[in-house]
Design a binder for this molecule. Sequence first.
Ligand SMILES: [Zn+2]
Length: 443
Amino acid sequence: MKNLTQQADLIFHNGTVLTIDSNFSLTQAVAVKDKRILATDCNENILSLRGNETKVINLGGKALLPGFIDGHQHLIFSSLIEDRFDGVQDIALSNGYTSIAEMGVNPMEIEEMLQIEEDGLLRLRVNVFENYNLGHFDEEGKPAVMYHLDSWYLKNDPILDHDRMLRIPGVKIFADGAGLPERGCPALIEPYPETARSKTFYESCRSEYGDLYFSQDELNQIVAKVHDRGYRAAFHAMGDRAIDTVINAIEFALDGEPNELHRHQIQHNSLIGPDLLKRYAELDILAALRGYFKTCGLESYIDYYGPERYQWAANRYALVPLGVHVYLETDSGYINPMINLYGLVTRQYVNEDGSVCKPEPWVAKHQISIEEALRIMTIEPAYAVSQEDVLGTLEAGKFADIVILSENPLEVDPDEIKDIEVWMTMVGGKTEYCAEGHENLCP
Ligand SMILES: [Zn+2]
């Protein structure tokens, strides 16, 4: 006799299910019960979990995956100001994101988000990182910090509950500039070359080495404090000097403990020196990776950084084969996950006129497989916020955060990955987006 407790609320069958589990198992069907995955298996075994009340969706061969997770985004908080919060959630959900890490918010915005969560208005999972500093200089030429706003992380423990739609697991720390007048420049170990000095970009730099916001001692104390409060630190670090200083500060805060417990992480990683690559691996530091950005016509990098250093711009890809935990950041760039997947796999970029620009040889030599790229967009960003046990793959017991795609990314020509569409997005067993014309796929 069938065990009644094992009857599914919902079954998807007759598809290609990419579980993204550790073996990258493919199967045909998924059963959902009480917001969570009950099982993934072949059609026959999953359909045996069907009861009188079970909704059954025939996937018609389409691909079903875990929902995408963006490890660095600025989506929600601009919408609080502009009062278009729900529209912004729709943007994320229609792109197949079921969870995002929202970077750089202030304590008032955190309170507002907590209220939105309490009112039941959050339709996707949001992990919030409070700003430690503001990523630019104040009137006195010092890094603008948030002390005056009474930092939330100093007064409250992190919120890490998996059942909450809003979690507060981290603090964002800007370590260097970004090449804009109020922000200064990425901080370098060796000075910017002569060829950079005539560039508009260089006018932002306050020194020939770029702009490091904190000394090593200052950053050590800041990170140790964040660490002791139980928060993970996520750093904006672009230049090699910033990355080096950040890695030292993480090492100082860890004081011999494994980062697996704390998950301190570096974002952008724009110019990693070759000696720094192995330090990510040694200390198990997580790194964010932009999936899609211009990877050709990069001659100007030679002027900015010099003939030896400019190719370091591709070193971020080299973190993947080193076994570093690398996760997707779309930041304020291209949110479409398929464009990011296309970028990770092909390292190509589509110009405004529609022509495809092929990566420079020093970019092209770094290969990322489609399987690795999909992990970077699902289980790795879940790991970055310590949710790898409940999100990021389709396995029994995890939340039913699911997308259905128009094509199987494992089967299409890599050049066509960018054209794949999201047809259904589900968060915790509830359909939150359904593409027009594909209602038959939406429970
Ligand atoms: Zn950002």
